[in-house]
Design a protein around this ligand. Structure first.
Ligand code: ATP
Ligand SMILES: Cc1cn([C@H]2C[C@H](O)[C@@H](COP(=O)(O)O)O2)c(=O)[nH]c1=O
Length: 213
C-alpha cells in the first residue's frame, strides 16, 4: 500500500453513504487534500460495464456465485486501474462500498458463506484492505423508504429483493463489523444528516491526526 489513506463506507440501501461521502470529499478538498471519491461496483469504464450487468433488473436468472464473481472482477479492475494509483500518489480515497459489501450481500444474505466470499476476494484484492471502514447502520425499512422517496435514484435488481433479504444484509453487516472490529466503525445512520456527518467528520479527523503523528 502507498502513503495515501483508503476509507470505505458500507451499509444497507438508502443509509446515506453517497450523500455523506460527497460532503466529506468537498470538505477535504477545501482543506487542500488530494481526494478521490469513487464507488463500487463501478468507478471506471470496465467496472461500470460489469455494474450494468449485475444490477440490470432483467437479469433475474443470475446465479449467486456468478454475482459474487462479477463483483470481485469489478473490484479487481477498479482497484488496479484507479484506487491503487491514487493511493500511491498520496490521495485520500473515499470508496462507496468495497469488500464488506460482498461478504455481507453475497456471503451472508445470499448464503454463500462469509469465509468463501472472503477467499475469492482475497484473490481479487491481494493485500489491499481499507485503512478504515465506516458502517452506516440503520433499519432497512427506513433506508428503503428513503430511496423510494428519492425520484432521481433508479431502482436496481438488488433493491427489488425481499425485506427479509435486506434485514439479513443489516444482520450480516453487524456480524462482519464484529469480525473486523479493529477496522470497521459503526455509525448510527438513522440520525438526522447533520448529526451523521458530525460523527463521520470526528472519526475522519482523528484518523488523519493519527496518520500524521
Ligand atoms: N440521515 C438522513 N436522514 C434523512 N434522509 C437521509 C439521510 N441520509 C440520506 N438521506 C436521504 O436518503 C436518500 C438516500 O441517500 P443516499 O443516496 O446518500 O444513500 P446511499 O446509502 O448512498 O444509498 P444506496 O447505496 O442505496 O444508493 C437521499 O434522498 C438522501 O437525501
Ligand atoms: C460492491 C457490492 C455491492 N453490492 C450491492 C449493494 C447494492 O445493492 C448494489 C450497489 O448499488 P449502490 O446504489 O451503488 O449502493 O450492489 C453487492 O451485493 N456486493 C458488492 O460487493
Amino acid at each position: 500500500m502507498g502513503k495515501g489513506l483508503f476509507i470505505t463506507v458500507e451499509g444497507p440501501e438508502g443509509a446515506g453513504k453517497t450523500t455523506i461521502l460527497t460532503k466529506l470529499a468537498n470538505t477535504l478538498k477545501e482543506n487542500g487534500h488530494h481526494v478521490l471519491l469513487t464507488r463500487e461496483p463501478g468507478g471506471i469504464a470496465i467496472s461500470e460495464q460489469i455494474r450494468e450487468v449485475i444490477l440490470n433488473k432483467e437479469n433475474i436468472m443470475m446465479d449467486a456465485k456468478t454475482e459474487a464473481l462479477l463483483y470481485a472482477a469489478a473490484r479487481r479492475q477498479h482497484l488496479v486501474e484507479k484506487v491503487i494509483p491514487h493511493l500511491e500518489k498520496g490521495a485520500i480515497v473515499l470508496c462507496d462500498r468495497f469488500i464488506d459489501s460482498s461478504l455481507v450481500y453475497q456471503g451472508y444474505a445470499r448464503g454463500l458463506g462469509i469465509e468463501e466470499v472472503l477467499t475469492i476476494n482475497q484473490f481479487a484484492i491481494e493485500n489491499t484492505m481499507p485503512d478504515v471502514t465506516l458502517l452506516f447502520d440503520l433499519d432497512p425499512e427506513i433506508g428503503l423508504e428513503r430511496i423510494k422517496a428519492n425520484e432521481e435514484r433508479e431502482v436496481n435488481r438488488l433493491d427489488l429483493e425481499t425485506l427479509e433479504f435486506h434485514q439479513r444484509v443489516r444482520e450480516g453487516y453487524l456480524l462482519v463489523q464484529k469480525r473486523f472490529s479493529e477496522r470497521i466503525i459503526k455509525v448510527n445512520a438513522e440520525l438526522p444528516l447533520v448529526e451523521v456527518y458530525e460523527e463521520v467528520w470526528n472519526v475522519i479527523k482523528k484518523i488523519m491526526e493519527q496518520q500524521s503523528e
